[in-house]
Each structure stands twice: as structure tokens, then as C-alpha cells.
Design a protein around this ligand. Structure first.
Ligand code: CA
Length: 398
């Protein structure tokens, strides 16, 4: 029930949230997000929690909150919950996934991965390749030196371990980034938007551990740094008010948020943040246009995209095949970048609407499985048609 990276390992159990690390804690305490009313200055908020024995770990200005370790005693929690300056206290819960060692795949000549081909990205490149569009990949970091990515990597930020390089010890983030924007050259693979500007925002460690507060801090960084699209190839079955509010602020600010639907493999199982309004939720299909068995589905799905046996970049200049709605999500992110390259003024809701309405309906899949259909890279040709349309009820589709 904790958030997980949505890569799917056949036959391998994903160990989710077995333990909560308590490094440095000298007493029994709990990791909480405390949201304050806007009238309270953050220094005052610090002081209040410290007085109760709290140890402040991080500020979350996006939602006017602090992350803190607080004494577990119920008396302290009760006192805090009654404090008029505090509007919400909730768990800052953790992500944990297992990464497998990379199998090196030689890619001497450039291959167009089947998913990139299936959504007609090569056709779209005659019109746009995603140039000058800023895309943040909130993930395990990024191998910025990968020869098939490096020219598109414009920045990295380590939210998880501030001050440290944002390298990718897992491989998940580098794989996701390659599907969005691997270079169109004479080797390796090629991404959906091969000139998009990639920013690797590390919110998970190399074991795939990250807190809700890491995600929220990553979203705040994306907003502050004017990212236009945010790829979120992770999810949790457990809702978080903090995450919901952070997502809502980013949507209101016009950012395009794209998230993996989840690997729950059953009906009505779209995970958070994909489940939140305004987020483009992406399910996964295989090469035969069937819904991937692991893919979550439900009324919140916006579109489907290739997510089985996806070949992409991997740390150390390698390439690797992976499966999951984690791999489907960056296909839609790439399409969003192509659309924004056509018109950078479009809001996230407008881009979501274009993606939904230009998707290719697949005959074998129900609406809950595919949303509007298979995401379609040639959607960018339709941008002019949608500009100026009022943002009515249809915006809710996205
Ligand atoms: Ca390439």
C-alpha cells in the first residue's frame, strides 16, 4: 500500500515498505507531515514542533508544511491535532522497490523501440521533436553521461539527498528518461521526443525508497524551475492529502503532470497520483494491443501506452528491456512534450484534453482500460484545432 515505482518484474515480488528506516532517531518516533494554516510563518511552525520534541527534517513550502520526526506518544499527537495553527497531520510514508541487475544489450545501430513506433512518433518528428520543452523526470535519478541521453540532459537535482549528485543507482529513472528523449542518432534507441530537455529530479534512492515528502519537494522544485511536463512513473494505493494538494497546485499553475496508472492488475485500481484530477493517467498495453496483465485500470485512466518489453537506456551506457506502467507513462510524457513544442502556452489541462481526444481507440479494450485510447504522437498536428477552446467539463477528462 506504499508508493512504488511502477516497473513490473515478471516472477519477482516487489518488496514494498517492509521497514521504515529510523536512522539517527534516539527514541521512538514517527515521521509525519504537518500542514499549517497560511497565517503561521514557517519559523513559528518550526518552534511549535520543536517545543513538542519534534525534529524538523524538511520544509514543504508548496503546501506550507513541515516534515518532522515526532514523539510517538499519543499525548503529543493529540495536543498537535488540537492546535488551531495546524490544519492536517498525516504519515510521511515510504516507497520501497527492488531493482534487478542490468542485462547489457548491445545497440550498435539505432533501433526504434516498438512503443515509440507504435504511437507514430517517427511521423510526428516531421513536425516537432520536443525542442525547448522542459521535462522533469521525478524518479531514481539519471545517468546524465549516458551517450544516448547526455545532449538532452539540462539539469539534475537531488531532492532525496540534498547536496549529493543525482546519479541513478537503480536504472529506473534512466530507463524512463530514454523513452521520453533518447537521442535520434546512429546508435542505441530513440525517444518519443528526441530533443526534449530532460531534468533528472532524484526523489527515490537506489533501492527505490522515497517518502511522500520527497515527491512533494520534487514537484515544488519542478514548479520553481518552470518545468512544463513532469513524469511520475510511480504510485501508491494509499492516498495522501499532502500529495493531493501539491498535485492540485501544480495543475492550477498549468504544468502537465503525467503518471503511471499502477501495476495493480485489476479493475478500479488506478493509483495515486494518477488518480488525482488533472493528472494524465497512463495504463499499459503489450505489442498485440492487449492490456498488460499487470496494468491498473479504472475510470481515471486518460490514455494507454506501450508498457511491456520496452527497450530503453540504462546506466553505464547500457540498454535494457523493462515492463510496467512506469514504462508506459513516459510515452505519454513524450507526446506532451511534442504538443508543447507546437505551442508552449497550452496548460496541463489543455494538453491532457488534446491527448485524450486524439488517442486511437483500441477495439479490444474497454474505456476503463484505455481511457481515450492509445496515446498518439501525431496529436500535435491537431493542436491548432484545440487552441482557444474553453476549458469546460471536458477538461475533467484529463
Ligand atoms: Ca539513439
Amino acid at each position: 500500500m506504499w508508493p512504488v515505482l511502477l516497473v513490473y518484474y515478471t516472477g519477482v515480488m516487489t518488496a514494498v515498505g517492509a521497514t521504515v528506516a529510523r536512522t539517527g532517531a534516539r527514541r521512538k518516533d514517527v515521521r509525519k507531515i504537518v500542514m499549517f494554516h497560511q497565517g503561521n510563518s514557517l519559523p513559528d511552525c518550526h518552534a511549535l514542533l520543536r517545543k513538542k520534541g519534534g525534529r524538523i527534517l524538511r520544509e514543504l513550502p508548496l503546501v506550507h508544511a513541515l516534515v518532522a520526526r515526532l514523539p510517538e506518544e499519543s499525548k503529543v499527537m493529540e495536543e498537535l491535532s488540537l492546535n488551531p495553527g495546524i490544519r492536517l497531520i498525516e504519515d510521511d510514508f515510504q516507497v520501497r522497490t527492488v531493482a534487478l541487475p542490468a542485462a547489457r544489450i548491445e545497440q550498435a545501430q539505432q533501433t526504434v523501440p516498438w512503443g515509440v513506433e507504435r504511437i507514430d512518433a517517427p511521423k510526428a518528428w516531421q513536425v516537432a521533436t520536443g525542442g525547448k520543452v522542459k521535462v522533469a523526470v521525478l524518479d531514481t535519478g539519471l545517468d546524465a553521461g549516458h551517450p544516448d541521453l547526455a545532449a538532452n540532459v539540462r539539469g539534475r537535482k537531488n531532492i532525496k539527498f540534498p547536496g549529493w549528485p543525482a546519479g541513478d543507482g537503480s536504472g529506473h529513472g534512466t530507463h524512463v528518461a530514454g523513452t521520453i528523449a533518447a537521442l535520434n542518432n546512429n546508435f542505441g534507441v530513440v525517444g518519443v521526443a528526441p530533443q526534449a530537455e530532460i531534468y533528472g529530479v532524484k526523489i527515490f534512492d537506489r533501492l527505490g525508497n522515497g517518502y511522500i515528502s520527497d515527491i512533494v519537494a520534487g514537484l515544488d522544485w519542478a514548479l520553481q524551475n518552470k518545468m512544463q511536463v513532469v513524469n511520475m512513473s510511480f504510485g501508491t494505493t494509499r492516498p495522501s492529502k499532502t500529495l493531493e494538494e501539491a498535485v492540485s497546485k501544480c495543475v492550477q499553475a498549468g504544468m502537465v503532470l503525467v503518471a503511471a496508472a499502477g501495476n495493480e492488475g485489476k479493475d478500479n485500481s488506478v493509483m495515486y497520483p494518477a488518480r488525482y484530477p488533472g493528472v494524465i493517467a497512463v495504463s499499459a498495453i503489450d505489442q498485440h494491443d492487449n492490456l498488460a496483465s499487470f496494468s491498473s485500470r479504472g475510470p481515471e485512466v486518460t490514455v494507454t501506452a506501450p508498457g511491456v518489453d520496452i527497450l530503453s537506456t540504462y546506466p553505464g551506457g547500457k540498454y535494457r528491456t523493462m515492463s510496467g506502467t512506469s514504462m508506459a507513462c513516459p510515452h505519454a510524457t513524450g507526446v506532451a512534450a511534442l504538443i508543447l513544442a507546437q505551442d508552449g502556452r497550452l496548460s496541463g489541462r489543455q494538453v491532457g484534453r488534446i491527448i485524450y481526444r486524439t488517442a486511437t481507440r483500441l477495439p479490444n479494450l474497454s474505456p476503463g482500460e484505455q481511457g481515450g485510447g492509445l496515446v498518439n504522437a501525431t496529436a500535435l498536428a491537431a493542436v491548432a484545432r484545440f487552441i482557444g477552446e474553453p476549458e469546460g467539463e471536458e477538461a475533467a477528462e484529463a
